[in-house]
Design a binder for this molecule. Structure first.
Ligand code: SF4
Ligand code: SF4
Ligand code: SF4
Length: 469
């Protein structure tokens, strides 16, 4: 077994880490990953790694270190791609699902104009890599919206706890569970769009098609490395005893490598549409890929649920919540009630914001979206990489093209989706109902502050704050 040497300027990744690993012979000890982890994620650099429970630094799996490593020494755990075909029993049905942000980045890996929307090629690639069915994770996001908007209203009307934090970013959830466990009750219990869709595939879809859920393999294509950890959260599996929601999580970068390693050129990838049994998501589902998108999508539906009519036109372009500003805040008039919302990108910024709230208890906020990656999933740790000077323009192009796709969508609010209506009518009953809770919600979060060993979490948060200021 190869001995792991601790390189002084490299992030100290536990070999048990499910999201990523370091190929030490490729590392030139340049320190860029460590700097990124400190400044953007605020997860390391303010404690002695040897004092933690596992004698390694804490990691939330965000993959931001991967994005800056100049030698490719840090990579996602990617053995699944090599073995996926051999592992899957040919008698099983393979279902690929593709996240909103992957359609505006897949082409980047093939040298197309950054951010171009190549949805039909992405679906085509999933088919040639073995997908019997391909579904849109934006459809899963529509279910997340239905549940999350209902949960927000429930909390607004019945004494909280508020603020309610979004929970669709597994790196943020892990960050909160480790450094801010007292906020666990504030995390939305809604599972992520990927987990919701995968559960529905192994229940609603399986029943409809007469397939044993044990014979369905879900391969999730994501912009995200932390989703590799999320798929192993057993407490969220709901399709049946020992049945995972998601079987394989591959980043969009891995999908591109897989296609290229199979000697398939861009031109050879066929254009294809999602399967119609669970059709494409609404525009609201698509903008989940952008920072601020989850909030905007949720508010469109919250307004409708509270008032029984469509939200005003400005809810379909909530300018104060769009763009790459680190913290965005707005007062939103939901007619029945006016609420304060905030959108935060990057866990370092989230840390600052949480400490600010702690020190200003009079500042009331009802809803807070946190995405661990600056920019949201369009800049996730599993996305095709670009040199730092180009990254801002690439992010903006991906953001613009997701909003463009929303603008062009036939339906721009999740409650308008026919598949959402059908699944609630024939299977789930209603948002926050008994079945919805069972299949679409996280039963409990985990206080992980014990991973910090003997270190005091409040003192650590103060030290972290000083480091990033
Ligand atoms: S994945 Fe995120 S938290 Fe983990 S080492 Fe890399 S930057 Fe740090
Ligand atoms: S960025 Fe890459 S090369 Fe530099 S220290 Fe980190 S792993 Fe090593
Ligand atoms: S922001 Fe998106 S890509 Fe980044 S860790 Fe969270 S879910 Fe994954």
């Amino acid at each position: 077994m190869t001995q792991q040497i601790k390189l002084s300027k490299c992030v100290d990744i536990n070999p048990e880490n499910r999201a990523l690993f370091c190929i030490q012979k490729k590392c030139v000890n340049c320190g860029m990953c460590l700097n990124r982890c400190k400044q953007s994620s605020a997860v390391c650099g303010f404690y002695d790694n040897n004092e933690t429970k596992f004698k390694h630094q804490i990691c939330i799996g965000c993959g931001q270190c991967i994005m800056v490593c100049p030698t490719g020494a840090i990579v996602e755990k990617r053995h699944w791609v090599k073995t996926i075909k051999e592992t899957i029993d040919p008698n099983k049905k393979v279902v690929f699902i593709t996240a909103p942000a992957t359609r505006v980045s897949f082409g980047d890996a093939f040298g197309l104009l950054p951010g171009e929307n190549v949805e039909s090629k992405l679906v085509g690639a999933c088919r040639i890599m073995g997908g019997d069915f391909v579904f849109d994770t934006a459809t899963g996001a529509d279910f997340t919206v239905m549940e999350e908007a209902s949960e927000l209203i429930e909390r607004l009307m019945h004494n909280g706890p508020l603020p309610m934090f979004t929970s669709c970013c597994p790196a943020w959830v892990r960050f909160a569970e480790t450094f801010y466990p007292h906020y666990i009750d504030h995390l939305s219990t809604c599972k992520s769009p990927i987990a919701m869709l995968a559960t529905l595939i192994k229940t609603y879809f399986a029943q409809r098609e007469g397939i044993d859920p044990k014979n369905i393999v879900v391969v999730s294509v994501t912009p995200c490395t932390a989703k590799k950890c999320e798929q192993d959260r057993e407490e969220t599996w709901a399709a049946g005893e020992g049945i995972k929601d998601v079987d394989y999580t591959i980043t969009v970068r891995e999908l591109a490598e897989w296609v290229q390693a199979s000697n398939v050129t861009w031109e050879q990838i066929p254009d294809s549409d999602y399967d119609s049994i669970l059709p494409k998501g609404t525009g609201a589902g698509l903008i989940f890929g952008n920072t601020g998108g989850v909030t905007e999508a949720t508010l469109r539906t919250a307004y409708y649920l509270l008032n029984g009519v469509d939200a005003p036109t400005d809810f379909f372009k909530l300018e104060p919540l769009r763009g790459l500003t680190e913290v965005k805040q707005a007062e939103i008039d939901l007619k029945v009630k006016t609420i304060n919302v905030a959108v935060v990108q990057g866990t370092a910024i989230a840390r600052n914001f949480l400490e600010h709230l702690k020190n200003n208890p009079d500042q009331h906020i009802d809803f807070i979206e946190v995405m661990a990656c600056p920019g949201g999933c369009i800049a996730g740790g599993g996305q095709p990489k670009f040199p730092a000077p180009r990254m801002q323009a690439v992010k903006q192009a991906r953001i613009n093209n997701l909003y463009k796709a929303d603008d062009a969508s036939e339906r721009r609010a999740s409650y308008k989706s026919p598949v959402v209506a059908d699944v609630y009518k024939t299977f789930l009953d209603k948002p926050l109902g008994e079945k919805s809770h069972h299949y679409l919600h996280t039963p409990h979060f985990i206080d992980r502050s014990e991973e910090l060993g003997a270190l005091n979490v409040d003192e650590l948060n103060q030290k972290a704050l000083q480091m990033v200021q």
